[in-house]
Design a protein around this ligand. Structure first.
Ligand code: MOS
Length: 732
């Protein structure tokens, strides 16, 4: 059993040998054909024994207050209804959560609009939905704080409470007071909702006092602990199964209401229960991204060198929740400047609480930084790329530590070349095609790189089939494929003979998918397990690892070439790999970088923005699969374009609900909104990150792109927008 702690730079990576040549190749997803054929079970598709009943959540129709009582008599008398459950003290008040502790429970109180108050179970979905609507709830409404912005004045400093502790270096006020060039601007972003394509869903099955929940979740072992604690079960009495997931993005990071309600209902009626959260319910039953206010302060000397670089933010959260949007996370080390300030304050909103949404921190925080950098470059009369290159720091000046690999400048240079940046006219309102004003803008991208504890088990079975098992999930990112590539590469096996099994809490714990650290963490664990298997194969060949070549399903040593299947014919090889983060994470500032270049056309008649061209260049360590990596990048870019132009969860200040709680009114880009996206990954190996020398990429693409769009809109129209999304009215 191999265990490796990232305490020093890795020397040779198991992937460096590259004999098979499948690492980095743009291979199709190993499960892709089955997915498009409808042949894999998503959460609501699993076939279970027994007659499945259907649950529908009863959700609150006020935003804040007490529940005085329920009347379920009408609902219970309706056709097909099996139970209307409002009396179980374990009904969650918290919609979802990451930690191991139990979900906040108790339906005597309403903390936010749309919170679950109970569950109705019936023979069909329609019967359950009708009955859920017929449950009468008597409320004693309280005075909730629903109005985003109204409480910002009284926001309290978070100090060390947030994910990014408040940090100041030097004296930013003095630097701002004395510099020849200063910029002090405030940017605002609204609440964002999760909208994964597959809705949250669960099927709960009890066998005696043992519970299995089939669901759609990013982190199975964490969810299992939370489920056990919420329901009060023995730790060996629950299993979470989540093999295929139609998008996660953080919203499926922690255990959701649906799992608990389905489990309570299934126990009550003695049958398996399926519960799917409807799209409209999801807007309130999955945590949102906080609204943010970001005060950007920049000061430069006469040559354009930053002397001050600060981002002070305000975020919101519902009462008693530990998560705060870490706005400055990616900003801390992005640019130079001896005087620095990064602080966060929080105020209370009694609306659905905040949690992880793709790239917590950078997805919104880089908008403020990169819009401010564009405006400062203009003030200095400098090209935005040149201004950023001039202020490339030699180390992380906030935490005073070196970078691992950082190719931000190379990304900007290559992006500018591919895009044709030299065609940009620095002056706005210079290029016009009919009613359309044409503009070009750019921005940097950054996402912190992390590693977490992960374990994987690997077997080479008689016949030579390789089986990999870990509770890592594939949320649509390509985990099955890259883990197959890693095992196949190291063992010299074609990936068709590797079977990767994921998303079951019975498998070795690998944290799961989240924080862009899934590939690095579970991938390293698989590589370590595979390295142990190589050692065992060498022993069975009577040779050393050094003198063994594994290729095309064969072990080769000297003049002998033996099928791997033969070496395991008598005895299966089984190994386990464990990766642990170590000193490298503290000693080095680790991040993936990129640069976005955008061309827009803005209608002088309607103010509508059309994206005409996007060129993005990233540097993110070794790329395991060029196709799945590009998919991650373009997914992030498209989301970021929506964030820039349309995305906004609008609260009704009277009730605390989101008024636009469906995909007809919560606008995300569609195909017609997006041109071809030119995406490039630069060659890079980072030996400080993990044994694979890779970095996380899932959340990189969304960072910065919205600022590039905003900067391009300014270049087209001469209008600077400080409040996202950049809707038509703000541009005209
Ligand atoms: Mo991510 S927002 O950590 O899934």
């Amino acid at each position: 059993m191999s265990e490796y702690k990232m305490d020093q730079p890795v020397g040779a990576s198991p992937l460096d040998r590259g004999v098979q040549g499948i690492i980095g190749e743009p291979l199709n997803r190993v499960e892709g054909r089955r997915k498009v054929a409808g042949d894999v079970p998503y959460a609501a598709d699993h076939k279970v024994e027994g007659k499945l009943a259907v649950g529908v959540a009863i959700c609150s129709t006020i935003g804040f207050g007490r529940v005085k009582g329920f009347d379920t008599s009408k609902a219970e008398a309706m056709p097909g209804v099996l139970a209307a459950i409002v009396d179980d003290p374990r009904i969650p008040r918290e919609t979802a959560g990451f930690s191991d502790e139990k979900l906040v429970t108790g339906n005597d109180r309403v903390d936010s609009y749309g919170q679950s108050l109970g569950v109705v179970v019936a023979e069909t979905f329609e019967q359950a939905r009708a009955a859920a609507n017929a449950v009468k709830v008597e409320y004693d409404p309280g005075e909730g704080r629903f109005d985003a912005g109204a409480g910002r004045g009284g926001a309290r400093p978070l100090g060390d409470e947030g994910m990014v502790p408040d940090t100041t270096v030097g004296d930013i006020d003095a630097a701002m007071a004395s510099a020849p060039h200063t910029l002090d601007r405030t940017y605002e972003t609204p609440s964002h909702a999760h909208a994964a394509m597959e809705p949250h869903a669960a099927i709960a099955v009890w066998e005696g006092d043992s519970l299995t929940v089939y669901t759609s979740i990013q982190i199975t072992s964490g969810a299992k602990k939370k489920l056990v604690n919420t329901l009060g079960l023995g730790s060996d009495k629950a299993r979470i199964v989540s093999p295929y997931i139609g998008g996660g993005f953080g919203g499926k990071g922690g255990l959701g209401t649906e799992c608990v309600l389905a489990a309570i209902a299934a126990k009550r009626i003695g049958r398996p229960v399926k519960l799917v959260i409807t799209r409209q319910q999801l807007f309130h039953l999955v945590y949102r991204r906080s609204d943010t206010v970001q005060r950007m302060r920049l000061a430069c000397d006469a040559d354009g060198r930053l002397t001050a670089f600060g981002q002070d933010s305000i975020v919101s959260q519902n009462d008693g929740r530990p998560f705060y949007e870490p706005v400055p996370l990616g900003s801390l080390a992005l640019y130079a400047g001896a005087n620095r300030s990064f602080t966060t304050k929080a105020y209370t909103l009694n609306i659905p609480h905040c949690g992880s949404v793709r790239a917590p921190g950078e997805a919104v925080g880089i908008l403020g930084v990169e819009c401010a950098m564009d405006e400062m470059a203009e003030q200095l009369g400098m090209d935005p790329v040149e201004f950023r290159k001039l202020n490339e720091p030699e180390k992380d000046l906030t935490r005073n530590r070196p970078f691992s690999e950082r190719q931000l400048v190379q990304c900007m240079e290559e992006g500018a070349r591919r895009f044709g940046w030299e065609r940009r006219n620095a002056k706005p309102l210079q290029e016009r095609e009919g009613e359309w004003w044409i503009g070009r803008g750019m921005a940097a991208a950054i996402r912190v790189n992390m590693l977490t504890n992960a374990q994987a088990r690997l077997r080479i079975e008689p016949g030579g089939k390789v089986v990999v098992e870990t509770d890592m999930t594939d949320i649509g990112t390509g985990s099955y494929t890259i883990l197959s590539q890693i095992a196949g590469e190291i063992l010299g096996m074609p990936i068709e003979s590797v079977e990767v099994r994921l998303g079951d809490s019975l498998f070795p714990a690998a944290f799961g998918s989240g924080g862009s650290m899934g590939a690095a963490s579970s991938g390293s664990a698989v590589a370590l397990a595979a390295e142990d298997a190589v050692a065992e194969l060498a022993a069975r060949m009577g040779t050393s690892v050094k003198d063994l070549t594994l290729k095309d399903g064969h072990a080769i040593a000297g003049n002998r070439r033996v099928p791997v299947g033969d070496l395991v014919a008598q005895k299966t090889i089984e190994t386990t790999g464990t990766i642990k983060p170590g000193a490298m994470a503290k000693q080095y500032d680790q991040a993936a970088y990129g640069a976005h270049f955008v061309e827009v056309a803005v209608s002088g008649v309607t103010g509508e923005t059309r994206i005409r061209k996007v060129t993005s260049v990233f540097a993110a360590g070794r790329i395991l699969n060029a196709k799945t990596a590009r998919s991650q990048a373009i997914g992030g870019i498209i989301w970021g374009i929506g964030e820039a132009l349309t995305e906004e969860a609008v609260t009704d200040p009277r009730y605390g609900n989101f008024a636009n709680n469906d995909l007809a009114e919560y606008h995300v880009p569609v195909h017609a909104d997006i041109p071809h996206l030119d995406v490039t990954f630069l060659p890079e190996l980072d030996d400080k990150t993990n044994p694979l020398k890779i970095k996380g990429i899932g959340e990189l693409g969304i960072a910065g792109i919205g600022a590039a769009v905003n900067n391009a809109i300014y270049n087209a129209t001469g209008v600077r927008v400080y409040e996202f999304p950049i809707t038509l009215d703000k541009v005209l």
